[in-house]
Design a protein around this ligand. Structure first.
Ligand code: COA
Length: 378
């Protein structure tokens, strides 16, 4: 049987029906359950947005209170997971640690063997709370600091900053992170979400799906780009170089500039609009606009020279830097948010499941090519 070859990298291929996230790449529109991301970024919270992604509609006040309480209650990590975090080698990156620890979370989840809709919702609360805790706790452990117990009175963003730093976060820091989490919460069939759906569709389990998704997110063409952007800014700063000249040389050497380009957006990534604004404001507030100004100069140059727009990762870097967050936590923070979307997609997949099993166009040696004995091989 001969099959048509899909666009390389499945470009332009529609691979699922989904009611979660809508993107118009030409117009630069992103909407969760029909609600424009700009409205959510200004008015919503990560918790409300997660409720929206999981339930398909905004919560009323009581439903939101219950949802927040459920998420806060789920801030529990089995001691054996913490012991495991202590045992990882110093060379382990937080993203590798997260991938491995999330896989182990299933052992201690009461619903481990239950793949029903309701069990997966319960596991999604746990995963959402636990992923943020793992990132914060591992960072404390690797720095030889005491673990900070969760504060259930704080929001998801606020509690993460609290557990990370051991001081109550400012309103500005909490709201900045909260907006970043809203912006990263879902993005249709991005690579990690597609990976999660493929795994879920085999009727494996949500922990396996999320573990696979974290592995996909880690790559520098996906979530890993935010860390790569900051490493670029630091390299330019260290070299005392002009950012535009530096990037010009990269492009001349046919290198990609992290934080630019997108498979779907052909115009401004609507998430970048908010991150740019926050990066600029935080820089102004701190009287430390270096990272923002460097980023802006690079953005204008790349846009003008290559017609490439900054994506979600470009200004995440300088925003997180201004929040005082370590570079190798940037991609884990993406995961702290994207678990909302992964969970929504896994549950949606399982509610109307069919195995995801595409075909490949065969381009190998002609069939039949025969096995030959060793003494006849050159
Ligand atoms: C996001 C990304 C993977 C999309 O990839 P894609 O749709 O497969 O697009 P391609 O990699 O095929 O790029 C198409 C063209 O634009 C160029 N291009 C794309 N992104 C570029 C970048 N960040 N810097 C320089 N050139 C870039 C490619 O070199 C290619 O040029 P060519 O046709 O002359 O070879 C890609 O833009 C990229 O690698 N960006 C940097 C990593 C990043 O920021 N990832 C986070 C995405 S949210």
């Amino acid at each position: 049987m001969s099959t048509a070859v899909a666009g390389k990298g499945l470009e332009g291929i529609v691979a699922a029906n989904s009611g979660i996230c809508w993107i118009d790449g030409e117009a630069g529109v992103l909407a969760y359950r029909g609600i424009d991301i700009h409205e959510l970024a200004v008015n919503s919270t990560f918790e409300e947005t997660t409720y929206l992604l999981w339930n398909g509609h905004l919560p009323n006040p009581l439903a939101l209170r219950e949802f927040q309480a459920q998420l806060a209650l789920a801030r529990e990590l089995d001691q054996r997971i913490i012991d495991m975090l202590r045992s990882f080698p110093a060379s382990a990156t937080p993203m590798e640690v997260l991938r491995t620890a999330v896989s182990a979370l299933s052992f201690y989840d009461a619903d481990e063997k239950d793949n029903s809709h309701d069990a997966n919702v319960r596991k999604s609360y746990n995963l959402t709370a636990q992923i943020a805790m793992i990132v914060a706790i591992y960072d404390r452990l690797r720095k030889g600091k005491e673990i900070v117990p969760p504060d259930r009175s704080l929001s998801h963003a606020g509690n993460f900053l609290w557990m990370l730093n051991g001081v109550k976060p400012s309103e500005t820091a909490t709201r900045t992170l909260d907006i970043a989490l809203i912006l990263h919460a879902d993005h249709e069939l991005n690579a990690s979400t597609f990976a999660a759906r493929v795994i879920a569709a085999t009727l494996s389990d949500i922990h396996s799906a999320v573990t696979g998704a974290i592995g996909a997110l880690k790559g520098p063409l996906h979530g890993g780009a935010n860390e790569a952007v900051m490493r670029l800014l630091l390299a330019i700063d260290k070299a005392g170089a002009d950012p535009v000249e530096y990037v010009k040389n990269m492009l001349a050497a046919k290198q990609k500039v992290s934080g630019f380009g997108h498979r779907v957006y052909k115009t401004e990534d609507p998430r970048a609009t908010h991150l740019r604004k926050m990066s600029e404001q935080l820089g102004k507030d701190a009287g430390q606009s270096k990272w923002f100004e460097m980023s802006r100069a690079i953005e204008l140059y790349v846009k003008n020279e290559k017609k490439l727009n900054a994506n979600v990762d470009f200004y995440s870097a300088s925003t997180y830097a201004m929040l005082g967050i370590d570079i190798d936590l940037y991609t884990p923070i993406f995961a702290i948010s994207r678990i909302a979307g992964w969970a929504a997609h896994v549950i949606e997949q399982l509610d109307d499941n069919r195995l995801i099993r595409p075909r490949a166009e065969y381009i190998g040696p002609i069939y039949p090519t025969h096995w030959t004995s060793m003494d006849t091989r050159g």
